[in-house]
Every structure is written in structure tokens, then in C-alpha cells.
Ligand binder design. Structure first.
Ligand code: AMP
Length: 113
């Protein structure tokens, strides 16, 4: 079970900001922007965004829509959407998730670190 599945199951606490049948979103425990949320499909079937795009593109589109809604709710609606894909790219949890960074981002920066 991934750490995100433990959050979904309420086995470990998180600051949950959105939940539907298919997606959960919560605050990143180590925020790198004024708003730093993780948007996570509840399914454990996809380790990364490449697998999600191939296996369930509608769920990926839903995830992007949730990210936009949350950026509107928590900031001005503009946001950076990051999918670290592979350990060499900084991925540490192999249960697909999007980082939503918003609110006071450094202009022109690509990274959230
Ligand atoms: P990544 O490195 O792209 O796989 O992203 C994993 C993210 O999960 C990191 O930004 C962590 O800070 C975050 N994270 C790890 N454990 C927790 C947790 N229990 N609650 C919230 N965020 C977490």
C-alpha cells in the first residue's frame, strides 16, 4: 500500500481539501509554494502520469480539472502542475500524483524546489 493509499484509508492523517469517488487532494506535508496541494487518483493502478495517460485518460483529464478548481479555490486560479516521473526526476511516491503549486510563485521559474 502506498503512503497515499494510507491517507485515502484514513490510516494516517492529512489535511484533505477535496475528495470524490475517484480523486483525493490534500496539502503537501513539505510545501514548496504558498499553496502546495497533491491531487491523487484513488486507484493504485498507475505509478506515474505516463501510465495514467495510457490507462485512463479520462481520469487524467478529471485530475487536471480538479487541480484547476482547487487553484481557483485556494489562489487566483493560476497554477503550476508538476508530475515528477521516475526517481531520477525526483519522484518518491510511486502512486501517480500531481503537485499543484499556486500563490506567489517565482516568475519564470520551472521548478518548485
Ligand atoms: P514526489 O517526490 O513527486 O513523489 O512527491 C511526493 C510528495 O509527497 C512530496 O512532496 C512529499 O512532501 C509529499 N508527502 C509525503 N508524505 C506525505 C504525507 N504523509 N502527507 C502529505 N504529503 C506527503
Amino acid at each position: 500500500m502506498s503512503i497515499f493509499s494510507a491517507i485515502i484509508a484514513r490510516d494516517i492523517p492529512a489535511d484533505i481539501v477535496f475528495e470524490s469517488d475517484t480523486i483525493i487532494a490534500f496539502r503537501d506535508i513539505a510545501p514548496r509554494a504558498p499553496i502546495h496541494l497533491l491531487v491523487v487518483p484513488k486507484s493504485e493502478a498507475y505509478a506515474n502520469v505516463v501510465e495514467l495517460a495510457a490507462g485512463d485518460p479520462a481520469l487524467l483529464a478529471e485530475l487536471v480539472s480538479v487541480a484547476h478548481d482547487l487553484a481557483r479555490e485556494h489562489a487566483d486560479g493560476e497554477f503550476r502542475l508538476i508530475f515528477n516521473t521516475g526517481a531520477n526526476a525526483g519522484q518518491s511516491v510511486f502512486h501517480v500524483h500531481a503537485h499543484v503549486l499556486a500563490g506567489g510563485l517565482t516568475e519564470g521559474s520551472l521548478g518548485g524546489e
